[in-house]
Design a protein around this ligand. Sequence first.
Ligand code: NDP
Length: 446
Amino acid sequence: MSNYIEEVMTKVVERNPGEAEFHQAVKEVLESLEPVFEKHPEYREAGILERIVEPERQIIFRVPWVDDEGNVKVNRGFRIEFNSAIGPYKGGLRFHPSVYTGIIKFLGFEQIFKNALTGRPIGGGKGGSDFDPKGKSDGEVMRFCQSFMTELYRHIGPNTDVPAGDIGVGGREIGYMFGQYKRIKNSFDAGVLTGKGLNWGGSLARTEATGYGLVYIVDEMLKDNSQSFEGKTVVVSGSGNVAIYATQKVQELGGKVVAVSDSGGYVYDPEGIKLDTVRRIKEVERGRIKEYLESHPEAEYVADSTAIWNVKCDVALPCATQNELDEDAAKTLVENGVIAVGEGANMPCTPEAVEVIQDNSILYVPGKAANAGGVATSALEMTQNAMWDAWTFEEVDVKLKDIMVNIYKTASKTAKEYGMEGDLVAGANIAGFLKVADTMIDQGVI
Ligand code: NDP
């Protein structure tokens, strides 16, 4: 790292103590920006780096609610409005016990560049709570969501900040939050949240978008290297929104997904995962992935989610959570002959794992580019809301595919321009950064 970039990084660590995930995300971006700063001294003069690593606004609030037994509970709510240079803050809400400032800041920071890559006018933000929806009744989840929105509503709006789902926040939670927002505001502002139900302003294909988008971009990368999903063995970690629709699209393209997981462990089905069973367990019954064996006793269950990377595959798609694939897992994948890794989750590979993957010339598309289909389709949902219109599934899907192919082309072209051909990490980081940095210069020091 150059002295200047190192100074900025040191300050980030000093000013944000104890936020390891945020440090990791900033370091990854800053490292790849070195050639940009050599070529463009104007970014340093305008203090772009110092400004871009500091959120525009950070909101932390109390979320009190009452459980089914009448006990008062208190969680912590977050919304980090990171950067609004190119559009309203946009990014999901995560409900998971591991949530704290460092997680939300890492996700919000990544979101700035990801959103810029989509080509849509959306800034970067993220939010959530340390509330755990797992094991809670619908009534408890509703009361929590209503309390969460009772504070959040004053900070968001269709032209200000537009949250969506993420881990632990799906259609049910978005529904409860939208209902409460509408009630407080006495206004049907459809564009205030995305991931809505289809009867009330949601977009067709939004549910599928992140998983589909991941597979579209990996497919484009494979094609660019004279390969395809046809006949490939694929491992997908997680069994949530992203994992389910990534699996569906891989199967459509002729690949065979042999393993999926949740935080308890993974199932291995050498004949190919039966997606209907996974969807019933996860989307309808909200159960555990090990229940897959009740319908398919020939499959195996291993009670260690990280061991999923021991399963031999051609393509690995980590779609669960951050830092789920470490250096040893990456080495195992390489030894087993993996040819491509595509990140459905945000930052699922540790920096050491990425190094192993890149050193072995494995095709690799980072989360910032690979999972951008979700937020891109959220932006399409906002467009439909602004037009009071609704497009068909095919219309949205065609646009999504187009966006993913464009992201691939932009990242690979930018990498080449900066002398790092094939390095999609550098290409995605630089392309996203340039768009936001140029806009920040246009808009002055704010
Ligand atoms: P879901 O809540 O629908 O699913 C998450 C899945 O990951 C579950 O199977 C969950 O298992 C598993 N998981 C969560 N934490 C861990 C852990 N610590 N170890 C192992 N497995 C874990 O979330 P999504 O599918 O929406 O999100 C998955 C990833 O994709 C996240 O990184 C998210 O930020 C990213 N993403 C999501 C987008 C979207 O549109 N939904 C858009 C872009 C990125 P369990 O049920 O046991 O917790």
